[in-house]
Write a protein that binds this ligand. Structure first.
Ligand code: SAM
Length: 273
Protein backbone atom coordinates (compact mmCIF):
# COMPACT_ATOMS: atom_id res chain seq x y z
CA UNK A 1 0.00 0.00 0.00
CA UNK A 2 1.27 3.47 -0.88
CA UNK A 3 2.05 5.76 2.04
CA UNK A 4 -0.35 8.68 2.39
CA UNK A 5 1.37 11.97 1.59
CA UNK A 6 1.82 14.27 4.57
CA UNK A 7 1.16 18.02 4.48
CA UNK A 8 4.87 18.50 3.87
CA UNK A 9 4.37 16.62 0.60
CA UNK A 10 2.31 19.45 -0.84
CA UNK A 11 4.85 21.97 -2.02
CA UNK A 12 4.08 25.64 -2.50
CA UNK A 13 4.43 25.13 -6.23
CA UNK A 14 1.96 22.24 -6.28
CA UNK A 15 -0.48 24.23 -4.20
CA UNK A 16 -0.19 27.15 -6.63
CA UNK A 17 -0.69 24.82 -9.60
CA UNK A 18 -3.79 23.23 -8.08
CA UNK A 19 -5.17 26.63 -7.12
CA UNK A 20 -4.80 27.88 -10.71
CA UNK A 21 -6.43 24.75 -12.10
CA UNK A 22 -9.38 24.92 -9.70
CA UNK A 23 -9.86 28.63 -10.32
CA UNK A 24 -9.90 28.10 -14.08
CA UNK A 25 -12.30 25.19 -13.84
CA UNK A 26 -14.87 26.42 -11.33
CA UNK A 27 -13.98 29.88 -10.01
CA UNK A 28 -13.14 28.64 -6.51
CA UNK A 29 -10.33 30.76 -5.11
CA UNK A 30 -8.11 28.62 -2.89
CA UNK A 31 -6.40 31.27 -0.81
CA UNK A 32 -3.07 30.96 0.97
CA UNK A 33 -3.76 29.24 4.27
CA UNK A 34 -5.88 26.53 2.64
CA UNK A 35 -2.92 24.20 2.12
CA UNK A 36 -3.92 21.70 4.81
CA UNK A 37 -7.46 21.53 3.45
CA UNK A 38 -6.23 21.00 -0.12
CA UNK A 39 -3.81 18.36 0.99
CA UNK A 40 -6.48 16.44 2.93
CA UNK A 41 -8.84 16.53 -0.06
CA UNK A 42 -6.07 15.53 -2.46
CA UNK A 43 -5.18 12.61 -0.21
CA UNK A 44 -8.67 11.18 -0.83
CA UNK A 45 -8.12 11.24 -4.61
CA UNK A 46 -4.67 9.70 -4.21
CA UNK A 47 -6.11 6.90 -2.09
CA UNK A 48 -8.93 6.29 -4.58
CA UNK A 49 -6.38 5.95 -7.38
CA UNK A 50 -3.70 4.18 -5.32
CA UNK A 51 -1.18 6.86 -6.20
CA UNK A 52 1.74 7.49 -3.86
CA UNK A 53 2.65 11.09 -4.55
CA UNK A 54 1.10 14.39 -5.48
CA UNK A 55 3.56 14.66 -8.37
CA UNK A 56 2.21 11.43 -9.86
CA UNK A 57 -1.30 12.77 -9.40
CA UNK A 58 -0.47 16.07 -11.09
CA UNK A 59 1.08 14.17 -14.01
CA UNK A 60 -2.15 12.21 -14.37
CA UNK A 61 -4.33 15.32 -14.23
CA UNK A 62 -2.18 16.97 -16.90
CA UNK A 63 -2.36 13.99 -19.26
CA UNK A 64 -5.00 12.99 -21.83
CA UNK A 65 -5.78 9.89 -19.78
CA UNK A 66 -6.50 12.07 -16.74
CA UNK A 67 -9.05 14.35 -18.35
CA UNK A 68 -11.91 12.78 -16.41
CA UNK A 69 -9.96 13.17 -13.20
CA UNK A 70 -10.10 16.97 -13.43
CA UNK A 71 -13.85 16.87 -12.73
CA UNK A 72 -13.30 14.58 -9.76
CA UNK A 73 -10.58 16.88 -8.44
CA UNK A 74 -12.89 19.89 -8.71
CA UNK A 75 -15.63 17.90 -6.98
CA UNK A 76 -13.20 16.93 -4.21
CA UNK A 77 -12.23 20.60 -3.68
CA UNK A 78 -15.79 21.83 -3.15
CA UNK A 79 -17.16 22.55 0.32
CA UNK A 80 -20.66 21.14 0.49
CA UNK A 81 -21.88 22.05 3.96
CA UNK A 82 -25.62 22.60 3.99
CA UNK A 83 -28.71 21.76 6.00
CA UNK A 84 -32.48 21.84 5.88
CA UNK A 85 -33.94 25.27 6.70
CA UNK A 86 -30.47 26.85 6.65
CA UNK A 87 -30.87 30.61 7.27
CA UNK A 88 -34.50 30.03 8.04
CA UNK A 89 -35.50 33.71 7.81
CA UNK A 90 -35.20 33.42 4.01
CA UNK A 91 -37.87 30.73 3.83
CA UNK A 92 -40.22 32.62 6.14
CA UNK A 93 -39.80 35.79 4.07
CA UNK A 94 -40.38 33.84 0.87
CA UNK A 95 -43.63 32.33 2.10
CA UNK A 96 -44.95 35.41 3.88
CA UNK A 97 -43.95 38.19 1.49
CA UNK A 98 -42.26 37.18 -1.76
CA UNK A 99 -44.88 34.74 -3.05
CA UNK A 100 -47.58 37.41 -3.11
CA UNK A 101 -45.34 39.46 -5.46
CA UNK A 102 -44.80 36.69 -8.00
CA UNK A 103 -46.93 35.56 -10.96
CA UNK A 104 -49.76 33.23 -10.03
CA UNK A 105 -49.52 30.44 -12.60
CA UNK A 106 -46.02 30.09 -14.00
CA UNK A 107 -43.23 30.01 -11.43
CA UNK A 108 -39.56 29.17 -11.84
CA UNK A 109 -37.12 28.87 -8.93
CA UNK A 110 -33.41 28.07 -9.14
CA UNK A 111 -31.25 26.73 -6.35
CA UNK A 112 -27.93 27.53 -8.04
CA UNK A 113 -25.57 25.57 -5.77
CA UNK A 114 -27.83 22.99 -4.21
CA UNK A 115 -25.22 20.64 -2.74
CA UNK A 116 -26.89 17.48 -1.37
CA UNK A 117 -30.44 18.78 -1.88
CA UNK A 118 -31.45 20.21 1.48
CA UNK A 119 -31.94 23.73 0.08
CA UNK A 120 -34.21 22.87 -2.89
CA UNK A 121 -36.17 20.34 -0.81
CA UNK A 122 -36.68 22.96 1.90
CA UNK A 123 -37.93 25.33 -0.79
CA UNK A 124 -40.27 22.65 -2.10
CA UNK A 125 -41.71 21.93 1.37
CA UNK A 126 -42.21 25.61 2.13
CA UNK A 127 -43.82 26.28 -1.24
CA UNK A 128 -46.09 23.25 -1.09
CA UNK A 129 -47.27 24.42 2.32
CA UNK A 130 -47.82 27.97 1.09
CA UNK A 131 -49.52 27.19 -2.23
CA UNK A 132 -52.50 24.87 -1.81
CA UNK A 133 -52.93 24.65 -5.60
CA UNK A 134 -49.26 24.08 -6.42
CA UNK A 135 -49.99 20.95 -8.50
CA UNK A 136 -52.29 22.95 -10.76
CA UNK A 137 -49.58 25.53 -11.45
CA UNK A 138 -46.73 25.47 -13.93
CA UNK A 139 -44.16 25.24 -11.16
CA UNK A 140 -40.55 24.07 -11.02
CA UNK A 141 -37.49 24.32 -8.81
CA UNK A 142 -34.31 23.78 -10.81
CA UNK A 143 -31.51 22.62 -8.51
CA UNK A 144 -27.94 22.48 -9.82
CA UNK A 145 -24.44 21.90 -8.52
CA UNK A 146 -20.97 21.16 -9.85
CA UNK A 147 -20.51 18.20 -7.50
CA UNK A 148 -21.72 14.89 -8.91
CA UNK A 149 -21.16 13.33 -5.47
CA UNK A 150 -23.60 15.75 -3.90
CA UNK A 151 -26.12 15.47 -6.72
CA UNK A 152 -26.13 11.72 -6.18
CA UNK A 153 -27.08 12.26 -2.52
CA UNK A 154 -29.77 14.71 -3.59
CA UNK A 155 -31.15 12.21 -6.12
CA UNK A 156 -31.46 9.51 -3.49
CA UNK A 157 -33.11 11.96 -1.13
CA UNK A 158 -32.18 9.84 1.87
CA UNK A 159 -30.95 11.65 4.98
CA UNK A 160 -29.87 10.60 8.45
CA UNK A 161 -32.26 11.06 11.36
CA UNK A 162 -29.94 13.75 12.69
CA UNK A 163 -30.16 15.81 9.48
CA UNK A 164 -33.92 15.44 9.23
CA UNK A 165 -34.24 16.72 12.80
CA UNK A 166 -33.61 20.22 11.37
CA UNK A 167 -37.03 20.01 9.68
CA UNK A 168 -40.01 21.20 11.79
CA UNK A 169 -41.78 18.12 13.12
CA UNK A 170 -45.04 18.71 11.27
CA UNK A 171 -43.28 18.89 7.91
CA UNK A 172 -41.09 15.95 8.81
CA UNK A 173 -44.16 13.83 9.44
CA UNK A 174 -45.82 14.95 6.23
CA UNK A 175 -42.93 14.83 3.79
CA UNK A 176 -40.49 12.13 4.98
CA UNK A 177 -40.82 8.38 5.35
CA UNK A 178 -38.59 5.87 7.07
CA UNK A 179 -36.46 3.76 4.73
CA UNK A 180 -36.43 0.92 7.22
CA UNK A 181 -32.64 0.86 6.97
CA UNK A 182 -30.03 2.38 9.23
CA UNK A 183 -30.74 4.14 12.46
CA UNK A 184 -33.82 6.12 11.55
CA UNK A 185 -32.70 7.38 8.14
CA UNK A 186 -35.52 8.92 6.15
CA UNK A 187 -36.37 9.51 2.52
CA UNK A 188 -38.05 12.61 1.24
CA UNK A 189 -41.40 11.80 -0.40
CA UNK A 190 -42.16 12.10 -4.08
CA UNK A 191 -44.65 14.93 -3.45
CA UNK A 192 -41.56 17.04 -2.69
CA UNK A 193 -39.01 15.41 -5.01
CA UNK A 194 -41.33 15.85 -7.99
CA UNK A 195 -41.21 19.63 -7.60
CA UNK A 196 -37.41 19.62 -7.98
CA UNK A 197 -35.37 18.98 -11.13
CA UNK A 198 -31.73 18.18 -10.33
CA UNK A 199 -28.89 18.72 -12.76
CA UNK A 200 -25.16 19.27 -13.06
CA UNK A 201 -24.15 22.83 -13.82
CA UNK A 202 -20.90 24.76 -13.51
CA UNK A 203 -21.76 28.36 -12.69
CA UNK A 204 -18.60 29.45 -14.55
CA UNK A 205 -19.66 27.93 -17.87
CA UNK A 206 -22.52 28.74 -20.20
CA UNK A 207 -25.96 27.86 -18.85
CA UNK A 208 -28.21 25.65 -20.93
CA UNK A 209 -31.42 27.13 -19.57
CA UNK A 210 -32.78 30.45 -20.74
CA UNK A 211 -34.95 31.37 -17.77
CA UNK A 212 -36.38 33.67 -16.82
CA UNK A 213 -36.46 32.73 -13.15
CA UNK A 214 -38.63 34.42 -10.58
CA UNK A 215 -36.42 33.48 -7.62
CA UNK A 216 -32.76 32.47 -7.48
CA UNK A 217 -31.13 31.09 -4.36
CA UNK A 218 -27.34 31.30 -4.64
CA UNK A 219 -26.29 30.97 -1.06
CA UNK A 220 -22.95 30.20 0.52
CA UNK A 221 -21.05 29.66 -2.70
CA UNK A 222 -19.98 33.16 -3.74
CA UNK A 223 -17.78 33.30 -0.61
CA UNK A 224 -15.48 30.86 -2.44
CA UNK A 225 -15.14 33.16 -5.47
CA UNK A 226 -13.03 36.29 -5.85
CA UNK A 227 -14.54 39.72 -6.52
CA UNK A 228 -14.34 39.68 -10.37
CA UNK A 229 -15.95 36.23 -10.45
CA UNK A 230 -18.72 37.34 -8.08
CA UNK A 231 -19.28 40.42 -10.21
CA UNK A 232 -19.74 38.39 -13.40
CA UNK A 233 -22.03 35.94 -11.69
CA UNK A 234 -24.26 38.64 -10.21
CA UNK A 235 -24.55 40.25 -13.67
CA UNK A 236 -25.59 36.90 -15.11
CA UNK A 237 -28.18 36.39 -12.38
CA UNK A 238 -29.59 39.82 -13.24
CA UNK A 239 -29.90 38.81 -16.89
CA UNK A 240 -31.63 35.52 -16.20
CA UNK A 241 -34.09 36.87 -13.59
CA UNK A 242 -37.53 38.04 -14.65
CA UNK A 243 -38.27 41.72 -13.94
CA UNK A 244 -39.37 41.85 -10.31
CA UNK A 245 -37.51 38.59 -9.58
CA UNK A 246 -35.62 37.98 -6.33
CA UNK A 247 -32.02 36.97 -5.63
CA UNK A 248 -31.21 35.37 -2.27
CA UNK A 249 -27.55 35.11 -1.26
CA UNK A 250 -25.97 33.77 1.94
CA UNK A 251 -26.10 36.04 4.98
CA UNK A 252 -22.32 36.41 4.91
CA UNK A 253 -22.36 37.36 1.23
CA UNK A 254 -24.03 40.76 0.80
CA UNK A 255 -23.52 42.50 -2.53
CA UNK A 256 -22.03 45.66 -1.03
CA UNK A 257 -18.70 45.24 -2.83
CA UNK A 258 -20.37 44.45 -6.17
CA UNK A 259 -21.69 46.90 -8.75
CA UNK A 260 -25.30 46.07 -9.47
CA UNK A 261 -28.75 47.49 -10.08
CA UNK A 262 -30.67 45.23 -7.75
CA UNK A 263 -32.87 46.86 -5.16
CA UNK A 264 -31.83 45.89 -1.65
CA UNK A 265 -34.83 44.32 0.07
CA UNK A 266 -33.39 43.05 3.36
CA UNK A 267 -30.17 41.36 4.45
CA UNK A 268 -29.10 38.92 1.72
CA UNK A 269 -32.26 39.51 -0.37
CA UNK A 270 -32.25 41.59 -3.57
CA UNK A 271 -34.86 42.36 -6.20
CA UNK A 272 -34.54 43.09 -9.88
CA UNK A 273 -36.28 46.47 -10.17
C1 SAM B 1 -21.44 25.39 0.97
S1 SAM B 1 -22.42 24.65 -0.31
C2 SAM B 1 -23.89 25.64 -0.21
C3 SAM B 1 -25.15 24.82 -0.38
C4 SAM B 1 -26.46 25.59 -0.20
N1 SAM B 1 -26.62 26.61 -1.21
C5 SAM B 1 -26.54 26.20 1.16
O1 SAM B 1 -26.48 27.42 1.32
O2 SAM B 1 -26.67 25.44 2.14
C6 SAM B 1 -21.62 25.30 -1.77
C7 SAM B 1 -21.90 24.48 -3.03
O3 SAM B 1 -21.46 25.21 -4.18
C8 SAM B 1 -21.01 24.27 -5.13
N2 SAM B 1 -20.16 24.95 -6.13
C9 SAM B 1 -18.92 25.46 -5.96
N3 SAM B 1 -18.44 25.98 -7.10
C10 SAM B 1 -19.43 25.82 -8.01
C11 SAM B 1 -19.54 26.14 -9.40
N4 SAM B 1 -18.56 26.76 -10.08
N5 SAM B 1 -20.69 25.81 -10.04
C12 SAM B 1 -21.71 25.19 -9.37
N6 SAM B 1 -21.65 24.85 -8.08
C13 SAM B 1 -20.52 25.16 -7.40
C14 SAM B 1 -20.31 23.21 -4.32
O4 SAM B 1 -20.21 21.99 -5.00
C15 SAM B 1 -21.19 23.14 -3.06
O5 SAM B 1 -22.10 22.07 -3.12
Amino acid sequence: MNPMPSSADLTGEQFAEISRLIYRQCGIHLKAGKEALVRARLAKRLRALSLGSIDAYMDLVGSDAGRGEVGLLVDAMTTNKTNFFRERAHFDFLAQTVLAELPARHLRFWSAACSSGEEPYTLAMVLREALADIDGRDFLILATDISQRMLEVARRGVYSAERVREVPVELRNRYFERTGRGSGEMQIKSSIRDLVRLGWLNLMQSWAMKGPFHVIFCRNVMIYFDRPTQQKLVNRFWDILAPGGFLFVGHSEGLSAIKHEFRYVKPAVYRKR
